[in-house]
Design a protein around this ligand. Structure first.
Ligand SMILES: C[S@@+](CC[C@H](N)C(=O)[O-])C[C@H]1O[C@@H](n2cnc3c(N)ncnc32)[C@H](O)[C@@H]1O
Length: 198
């Protein structure tokens, strides 16, 4: 589709506001989930780079009171969900203490990461930092994802996509990149999806 309401810069943001989500990125997760069927009631899920909290809120609704959600971000959440099956830690995903607190609540059926570096204006630096985050997210998945589990990780497209997908192909029955409609205006971002951890 070359034109249409999706192209309006405020379309998704306005929809999110009306539906009670703090960020438009929720519709990327909706689309990823509809395509890959990763979220179900009862799963244990980890949400990395969770603030302001749209993905977490969406995931908690999809878990339907069953299962568990752990979430981490450098920033506080803009939501205050009173779900007993929710744990949020404010901190750096690279921090060992943060990783240990998350591991304690695992293992997980699904690792989600919408984490992205603050953009610096230097495209090469930003994509390098994004690739490093994806590497770290794959490390979480290596350590905390159950066999049969899945990972979804945002990547700023630079030179490293092929290498990351090759790494994922060794550990998952399938690995591919997918760009949701809801983020196609941000042309340099995609999501790497690994299904069925070996
Ligand atoms: C696009 S936002 C996530 C939006 C979120 N999925 C939502 O729907 O509300 C990216 C997030 O990644 C977080 N982030 C970036 N680097 C991080 C790090 N090293 N540790 C933890 N969080 C990080 C940022 O603080 C930011 O909140």
């Amino acid at each position: 589709m070359a034109t249409g309401h999706y192209d309006k810069p405020d379309f998704w943001a306005e929809k999110a506001r009306k539906e009670g989500y703090p960020a438009r990125s929720v519709y990327k997760l909706d689309e990823l989930d509809r395509k890959f069927g990763v979220l179900r009631p009862g799963l244990r899920v980890l949400d990395i780079g969770a603030a302001p909290g749209s993905w977490s809120l969406w995931a908690l609704k999809r878990l339907d009171g069953r299962g568990f959600l752990s979430a981490v971000d450098l920033q506080p959440l803009g939501i205050s969900p009173s779900y007993p099956n929710f744990f949020f830690i404010r901190g750096d995903l690279y921090d060992d203490a943060v990783k240990a607190a998350i591991a304690e609540r695992g293992p997980y059926d699904l690792v989600l990461s919408d984490a992205a570096p603050a953009t610096s204006g230097n495209r090469g630096l930003d994509t390098d930092r994004s690739e490093a985050i994806v590497e770290a997210v794959l490390g979480y998945a290596d350590d905390m994802l159950k066999p049969g589990g899945s990972v979804v990780a945002k990547l700023f497209i630079g030179g490293g996509q092929r290498e990351l997908l090759d790494r994922m192909k060794a550990s998952y029955a399938s690995a591919r990149a997918f760009k949701p409609e809801a983020c196609r205006t941000v042309s340099f971002e995609t999501y790497l999806i690994g299904l069925e951890k070996k």
